[in-house]
Design a protein. Structure first.
Length: 94
């Protein structure tokens, strides 16, 4: 089970609901859908100097597309929040 928010992606065990893996939005570099099997999508995360590819297959291509769109929306909201917080900082005269 995936939980997607502006904080990041959490992968939970579908049965126990235990957290399997968690990635902050800033750690995720790319998200894509498999061109041959549209039911599959992946994202690459970075942890220090290492990169990991996380591949998921879901029941339908529509579900995969919806997840990718949701991830894109999370990136966009996170970007806007970050930009708004920087633009509201008053410059300091030195």
């Amino acid at each position: 089970m995936l939980e997607i928010s502006v904080s990041g992606v959490r992968v939970l065990d579908a049965v126990t609901k235990q957290l399997t893996v968690e990635h902050e939005i800033a750690q995720i570099q790319i998200v894509c859908q498999d061109e041959r099997d549209l039911n599959c999508f992946a994202y690459i995360s970075q942890d220090g100097d290492r990169h990991f590819c996380h591949v998921f297959c879901v029941l339908t291509a529509d579900v995969a597309t919806e997840i990718i769109v949701t991830l894109g929306q999370a990136f966009e909201v996170c970007y806007r929040i970050t930009n708004d917080s920087y633009s509201s900082i008053e410059p300091i005269a030195i």
